[in-house]
Ligand binder design. Structure first.
Ligand code: GLU
Length: 449
């Protein structure tokens, strides 16, 4: 490997030795950039890569909240402002018990490339807390969000840093966070957060956007092979907001999602999560806070596989849409044997690096990377920001049209970037290169810091 690239990776390994997820994403992205760095010696002269792998800044703060019995609890809050070269920092907040700096940094790094790929003016950021929302009452969630914002508000703003949702943070949490921000600032600056409720500045289609965008991207992939979504079977993971959007759009286009998963196992529904009742039930499962996919099996009388993952089921398309490192080397082997032709990442970094390499080396398979496939969510957040700053509301049709166009462009840019560097049809490297290029140009133009 190029000596400059390997020295940057070595530095990250030493400096972030206790943050394996972050090291993993840096290795994956940087190894794609080899032909670019070879062609542009000026990047090494300006230590561009060495700068890109360090967040511009990262905040840690204490979040104290009171439970319903009057007991106090202390959690840690984070906000990582990874790269602001092309726009205000933008990215979600994750509330989950195993959140620690390595998770926030890997997500912030990915976000920088993803946001760049959207073609919109948004830099990369991410935040969250090790707070576990499972089993908390509504009032406890509200008090936690208020306390979290009391610390966060001084670091964010519509032109500074615009958080949104991620795992554990949906419209309810965004509502409480925004209410507290408004109370503290005494101003209706609703462009400070996205994923808001429609009544106070949220965008139509934002709840659906990540899942819809993933299916629009998939349509491009299938078209390249002379196929279409209609009639395809899809294995999904998780049952949250993203999976819900995929089920909804897939059903609309005549395809069916046949698996869902949770921390308790997975379900197999041969008829597909296609009816309005079934798709709607995913929202109920999420709102119940139980975090159990078995509830779906009980309700609709389908098979439940405790403690197992859906990978290896015979389907046309795998869309890991739950969380990082869901598919390891062994799972990847099962997917290959199952005969699936398309491996479309949806969750951030759902595949370990060795599993990703294995899948990409299969001549019968097409692999697409999450930073391109799931970019429709944050892209629609940027559309929400545009509506907020214009003091306008766009129709669902208008937002959906723009979302589709953005996803088509991301696909096309990825294909072109890989071809330009002689890599052939490589959607993974293409997305890394295309995402990198725009941030690199902006950083080079803005001087060294
Ligand atoms: N958390 C989502 C993501 O990873 C959405 C971020 C946003 O809308 O800012 O892209």
């Amino acid at each position: 490997m190029n000596t400059y690239l390997s020295s940057v990776i070595e530095h990250v390994k030493v400096r972030h030795a206790n943050e394996p997820e972050f090291v993993q994403t840096v290795e994956e992205v940087l190894s794609s950039l080899e032909p670019v760095v070879e062609k542009h010696p000026e990047y090494e002269e300006a230590d561009l890569l060495g700068r890109m792998v360090e967040p511009e800044r990262m905040f840690t703060f204490r979040v104290v909240w009171e439970d319903d019995r009057g007991g106090f609890h202390t959690n840690i809050g984070y906000r990582c402002q990874f790269n602001g070269a092309i726009g205000p920092y933008k990215g979600g907040l994750r509330f989950q018990k195993d959140v620690y700096p390595g998770i926030i940094k890997f997500l912030g790094f990915e976000q920088t490339f993803k946001n760049s790929l959207t073609g919109l003016p948004i830099g990369g950021g991410k935040g969250g807390s090790d707070f576990d929302p499972a089993g908390k009452s509504d009032a406890e969630i509200m008090r936690f969000c208020q306390s979290f914002m009391q610390a966060l508000y001084r670091y964010i703003g519509p032109d500074v840093d615009v958080p949104a949702g991620d795992m554990g943070v949906g419209a309810r949490e965004i509502g409480y966070l925004y209410g507290e921000y408004r109370r503290l600032k005494g101003a209706f600056e609703n462009g400070v957060l996205t994923g808001k409720g429609f009544s106070y500045g949220g965008s139509l289609i934002r709840p659906e956007a990540t899942g819809f965008g993933a299916v629009y991207y998939l349509e491009n992939v299938l078209k390249h092979e002379g196929e279409s979504v209609e009639g395809k079977t899809i294995a999904c993971a998780g049952f949250g907001n993203v999976t819900w959007g995929i089920c909804k759009k897939a059903a609309e286009l005549g395809a069916k999602v046949v698996t869902l998963s949770g921390p308790d196992g997975y379900i197999y529904d041969p008829d597909g999560v296609v009816t309005e009742e079934k798709v709607g039930y995913l929202l109920e499962m999420r709102n119940s806070g139980r975090n159990k996919v078995k509830d779906y099996a009980d309700k609709f009388g389908v098979e439940f596989f405790p403690g197992e993952k859906p990978w290896g089921r015979e389907v046309d398309i795998c869309m890991p849409s739950a969380m990082q490192n869901d598919v390891d080397y062994r799972q990847a082997q099962r997917i290959i044997v199952s005969g699936a032709k398309y491996y479309i990442e949806v969750a951030n970094m759902p595949t370990t690096n060795d599993a990703l390499k294995l899948l990409m080396s299969q001549p019968h398979m097409t692999v697409a990377p999450s930073k391109a496939v799931n970019a429709g969510g944050v892209a629609t957040s940027a559309l929400e920001m545009a509506q907020n700053s214009e003091r306008l509301v766009w129709t669902a049709g208008e937002v959906d049209r723009q979302l589709r166009q953005i996803m088509d462009t991301i696909y096309k840019m990825s294909v072109e970037a890989a071809a330009q560097y002689g890599l052939g049809y490589d959607l993974v490297s293409g997305a890394n290169i295309a995402g990198f290029q725009r941030v690199a140009d902006a950083m080079m133009a803005q001087g060294v810091f």
